[in-house]
Structures are given as C-alpha cells and as structure tokens.
Design a binder for this molecule. Structure first.
Ligand SMILES: Nc1nc2c(ncn2[C@@H]2O[C@H](COP(=O)(O)OP(=O)(O)O)[C@@H](O)[C@H]2O)c(=O)[nH]1
Ligand SMILES: [Mg+2]
Length: 238
C-alpha cells in the first residue's frame, strides 16, 4: 500500500483559480493531506486570488512564475521541487482545469505496483477511456497521436495526455536530462526519452472532461511549433 506522504501531485496552472479550488478538494478527498505542488504562471491578479485559496493549506507549495512559460517547463519545475522531499516516491502530474479526475489516481498506483512499471500514462484512447471534448478537438488529437506513434515508436496510445504517474527514478532522470521543449509537447518528449532510456511505461484508461471555466491555452502556433519540434527530436537526436 502506498502511503499519502509518499505521493506528490504536480499541477501546472495558468489562470485556473476557480478550477483549482475545486480540484484541490477532490484530491484531498481521495488522498487526505497529500502533498501538492502548483506551478502557476497566471497574471498577478489571478495569482493573488490563488495565493488566498492555498494560504491555509499546509501541504500545498505554490510556485509562481512571472510569465507564461509553458506547461512542460512548469511540470519540470514542480518535479524539482517534489524531489526535495525525500519521502516522495511517486509523482503525479495532472491538469488544473478539471479535465482529470482524482478518483482515477488509485488505478494508476495499482497498475504501477502490480506490473512494476516506472511510469503510468492516463490514456483517452485505450479501451475503457473516454473523452468529452468537441468533435474537432478529438479528431485533431487522434491524428496527432497516430503521427507521434509512427514517428516516435513507443508502444502507448496517448502521447499528449497530461495525467500521469512517475516513480522517483523516472522523475530524477527527467530533471537531470536537458529537455528541449517547454509547452504541451514536453509530454511527448518525456515519453520518448524515458522509453529510450529503458524505463517501463504502462497505460490505464481515463475519462477526460472538457473544461467548464476558463479557456484552453494551446493555439495553432503551438501545434505547428510542436510538430517541428518532434521531427527535429526524432531525426537529430544523438
Ligand atoms: N504553469 C503553466 N501552466 C500551463 C501553461 N499552459 C497551460 N497550462 C496548464 O496546463 C493544463 C493544460 O492546458 P490547457 O490549456 O487546458 O490545454 P488543453 O487541455 O490541451 O486545451 C491546464 O491545467 C493549464 O492551466 C503555462 O504556460 N504555464
Ligand atoms: Mg484542458
């Protein structure tokens, strides 16, 4: 049985105060007093509101950055913070927009323990997984994932999902590696690097909900940038 104090949940956020206040309660319901590291790039006003919400929570560390610097780099910074706690053996990453449901976290932990995996990816596209997003976004995501699978060749079905569980060794490897991307595509870079290093990667099905508050910060520019990034990573890597 994994103990609460062995888990740290790393959450990137950009203008998500309303969602985060709900998410924190949901996480504590599953794992009372678990450690949470939030890496927030919000505007000063929004960040102040968030500070107010987490002020009385003893197990939350809020790291605030002064400008929006990407989901990927936020999670990496959160991992570095999480590693400082020697009790932390397992690290989750999850979105702050209520897309990911903390109820499903035990499924990740069980899978990691049962099959000796180093990393468990929450997958929307595994049998049993569900996505409640607009049709266009689902189609785009499926195409991107098929493309990434052909290009990067890791045997998983969801390269861009941000609900994951890592053991300490995998996180240590990632914080020591010089990851080159900073946005959502870091999720794919991580899978590629871990797989090449021989870490064992498993998947569990998850249900992903469309956000109710706020808006997505992934735009066409980021998609195009990401496409060139993966091509470069695949064909230029040492
Ligand atoms: N710290 C930080 N978090 C971010 C940034 N961009 C996105 N996020 C967070 O990453 C998660 C996924 O982003 P989202 O905009 O929902 O992307 P989508 O789900 O692909 O539409 C959300 O929890 C965002 O708040 C960023 O630049 N910095
Ligand atoms: Mg989202």
């Amino acid at each position: 049985m994994v103990k609460n104090k062995e888990i740290t949940v790393v959450i990137p956020s950009f203008n998500e105060t309303e969602n985060l206040s709900i998410l924190i309660k949901r996480i504590y319901k599953e794992f009372p007093s678990v450690k949470i590291v939030i890496v927030d790039d919000s505007s000063p006003g929004e960040n102040k509101k968030l500070r107010g919400i987490v002020r009385d929570q003893k197990t939350i560390i809020l790291i605030s950055r002064s400008k929006k610097s990407g989901r990927g780099s936020a999670v990496l910074l959160g991992f570095r913070e999480a590693l400082k706690d020697k009790d932390t053996k397992y690290m989750f990453e999850m979105d702050s927009d209520l897309a990911h449901n903390p109820i499903e976290m035990t499924r990740f932990l069980r899978k990691l323990g049962d099959d000796n995996f180093d990393v468990i990816i929450g997958s929307r596209y595994l049998s049993g997984g569900k996505v409640d997003m607009s049709k266009n976004r689902i189609i785009l995501s499926i195409i991107i994932n098929k493309f990434l699978k052909i290009l990067l060749g890791v045997k998983i079905s969801d390269y861009t999902g941000g609900f994951r569980l890592y053991n300490r060794d995998a996180v240590k490897f990632l914080t020591d590696s010089k990851l080159k991307s900073t946005g959502f595509i870091t999720l794919s870079e991580i899978v590629y690097k871990l797989n090449r290093k021989g870490f064992k990667i498993g998947e569990v099905p998850i249900t992903v909900r469309n956000r109710k508050h706020g808006k997505s910060s992934v735009d066409v520019r980021e998609y195009v940038k990401s496409l060139f990034f993966v091509l470069k990573m695949r064909f230029k890597s040492e």
